[in-house]
Design a binder for this molecule. Structure first.
Ligand SMILES: NC(=O)c1ccc[n+]([C@@H]2O[C@H](COP(=O)([O-])OP(=O)(O)OC[C@H]3O[C@@H](n4cnc5c(N)ncnc54)[C@H](OP(=O)(O)O)[C@@H]3O)[C@@H](O)[C@H]2O)c1
Length: 217
């Protein structure tokens, strides 16, 4: 994990998916590290209050809602999305209950909202993706492939981490299994906490810009 001592140099974070398994850990760690965070959450959702947390209610599919969240933030922003398709159970292989191409519809809304902002406002987008090698689910892969295309073609600075199977609770060191999982062994896994720390490191490091690193412990 990178250590950050000067919190005045940290970008603001706009976090989409803050109520999810990984999103909650990103939020918790971001606040501990001294970031100011705006979380875009469903109108029906809530998060514990914190002096450095602003809640913006709306939909990750609506360009206008993302724009509203962005315009309330002063200064540079890194947009992080830990959004996920909803499923019939907690099993990552369970059938999705999200609308078809939900993730890519949100990526389109994100790209549109950022296009409407001053050119230097959003410094980077970090979108949590999946390790394509282990998640062999047609609708999910089709959707994630579309996210890849939208984000890569948007011209934005991006990082799209592709975690292996989320497993375990502790932050352990992260191994990068290549940008396409070419160094994967059998059923690699990574803790959501390790992914959260990696994402926050990537807000300030340029090491992973333009990359799709497959993450494992
Ligand atoms: N599970 C794995 O092993 C694994 C491995 C690698 C990558 N991934 C990927 O990593 C990402 C994050 O995974 P996770 O397990 O942390 O996600 P998660 O716990 O399922 O959280 C998903 C987030 O997306 C939000 N969301 C879903 N549908 C929404 C909608 N229609 N409108 C507004 N918000 C919506 C949820 O909000 P609510 O709380 O309001 O529903 C929640 O904040 C996913 O894309 C997943 O595919 C997962």
């Amino acid at each position: 994990m990178l250590t950050t001592t000067n919190t005045t140099s940290l970008p603001n974070i706009l976090l989409i998916g803050a109520t999810g398994r990984t999103g909650r850990l990103v939020l918790e760690s971001a606040l501990t590290r001294g970031y100011k965070v705006t979380a875009l959450i469903r109108p029906s959702s809530a998060l514990p209050s914190h002096p450095s947390l602003t809640i913006s209610k709306g939909s990750p599919l609506e360009t206008g809602d993302i724009t509203t969240a962005l315009t309330t933030i002063n200064g540079p922003v890194v947009l992080i999305s830990t959004l996920g398709q909803t499923r019939t159970s907690g099993n990552p292989f369970a059938a999705t209950t999200s609308p078809p191409l939900f993730m890519s519809a949100s990526a389109t809304a994100v790209a549109e909202a950022i296009k409407g902002q001053p050119a230097d406002k959003v410094k980077k987008v970090i979108i949590m993706s999946i390790d394509y090698d282990i998640f062999d689910m047609r609708q999910t892969l089709e959707d994630q492939n579309a996210v890849d295309k939208i984000i890569k073609e948007s011209g934005m600075v991006f990082v799209m981490p592709r975690p292996a199977m989320l497993k375990g609770d502790t932050a352990l060191s992260v191994k990068i299994l290549g940008d396409a999982g070419e160094k994967s062994g059998f059923m690699p896994s990574v803790s959501a906490k390790s992914v959260a720390e990696f994402i926050l490191d990537a807000t300030v490091s340029q090491e992973w810009d333009g990359r799709t690193p497959v993450l494992a412990n």
